[in-house]
Design a binder for this molecule. Structure first.
Ligand code: AP5
Length: 219
C-alpha cells in the first residue's frame, strides 16, 4: 500500500519517510527534495520553482504533477512526502493511481503548530540524501556532519522564521483542506498519528497502523 504523508512543515514527514524507507524498503518520493535538486542543478524546472520556494509559496500544480507523474510507475510501494499539497494535486494523484491500479492511504501528522518553529529553525540537512537532524531532538553524532557520509550539514534557506511563518500559513490555507478530502465518509482513506511524540514513537505508531490493517498490505 502506498502512503501519503500529510502534515505541516516540520511535522516530521521527511524524518519518518527516511526511516520507513531504510527499514521497510519503501521508496520515498519527496517533492521538496526533487525540487531542491532541480534548483541546485539549475534545470528549467528549478529556475521556475526557485522563487516560489524562497518565498514559502507552493510551486504551481501543473509543474509538480508533471514532475511526479512518472515516479508512480515505480513497481514497489512508495511514500509520498510533500505531495499532494492541494486539492487539484490530490485529484491528479487519484487519477494516476487509478491508471496504475494502485491505492494509497493518507497518514496525517497531528502536531501542535507551536512546536514547528523550534523544529524547523533547529533543523540541519544533508542535501545529497535529504537526511535531517535537529540540534536538540535528533543531533548528529558529530556536530555539523552527516552520520552516514561525514559530509557537512546545511540549514535550508527556507528555514528562516519569516519564511517558516509563510509556509505554515500556506499549509493552513491550501493543504489542510486535504484532511477532509481523505477523510471522506464515503471513502475514508485517512489515519492519524500523534506527531508530538518522540521520533521512534511516531515510527512505531505508523508501523502499527499499517500492520493493523488500516493500510493493509505493508510494511
Ligand atoms: P518540503 O521540502 O516538502 O518542505 P515542508 O513541507 O515545508 O516540510 P519540511 O521538510 O519542512 O518538514 P517535514 O515534515 O519533512 O519535517 P522533518 O521531518 O524535516 O517543501 C519545500 C518547498 O517546496 C515548499 O515550501 C514548496 O515551495 C515546494 N513544494 C514541495 N512540494 C510541493 C508540492 N507538492 N506542491 C507545491 N510546492 C511544493 O522534521 C523537521 C525537524 O524536526 C527536523 O530537524 C527533525 O529532526 C525534527 N523532528 C522530526 N520529528 C520529530 C519529533 N517527533 N520530535 C522532535 N523533533 C522531530
Amino acid at each position: 500500500m502506498n502512503l501519503i504523508l500529510l502534515g505541516p512543515p516540520g511535522a516530521g514527514k521527511g524524518t519518518q519517510a527516511k526511516i520507513l524507507e531504510e527499514r521497510f524498503g519503501y521508496r520515498q518520493i519527496s517533492t521538496g527534495d526533487m525540487l531542491r535538486r532541480n534548483v541546485a542543478e539549475g534545470t528549467p524546472l528549478g529556475v521556475e520553482a526557485k522563487g516560489f520556494m524562497a518565498r514559502g509559496d507552493l510551486v504551481p500544480d501543473d509543474l509538480i504533477i508533471r514532475m511526479v507523474e512518472h515516479e508512480l510507475t515505480y513497481p514497489a510501494d512508495v511514500i509520498l512526502d510533500g505531495f499532494p499539497r492541494t486539492v487539484p494535486q490530490a485529484e491528479a494523484l487519484d487519477a494516476l493511481l487509478a491508471r496504475h491500479h494502485r491505492g494509497a492511504v493518507a497518514v496525517l501528522f497531528d502536531v501542535d503548530m507551536g512546536v514547528l518553529l523550534e523544529r524547523l529553525t533547529g533543523r540541519w540537512t544533508h542535501p545529497a540524501s535529504g537526511r535531517t537532524y535537529h540540534v536538540k531532538f535528533n543531533p548528529p553524532t558529530v556536530p555539523g556532519r552527516d552520520d552516514v557520509t561525514g559530509e557537512p550539514l546545511i540549514q535550508r534557506p527556507d528555514d528562516t522564521e519569516a519564511t517558516i511563518r509563510k509556509r505554515l500559513a500556506v499549509y493552513t490555507e491550501q493543504t489542510a483542506p486535504l484532511i477532509a478530502y481523505y477523510d471522506d465518509p464515503a471513502d475514508p482513506r485517512l489515519v492519524q498519528v500523534d506527531a508530538l511524540a518522540p521520533i521512534a514513537e511516531v515510527t512505531a505508531q505508523i508501523v502499527a497502523l499499517v500492520r493493523g490493517g488500516q493500510a493493509a498490505g505493508a510494511p
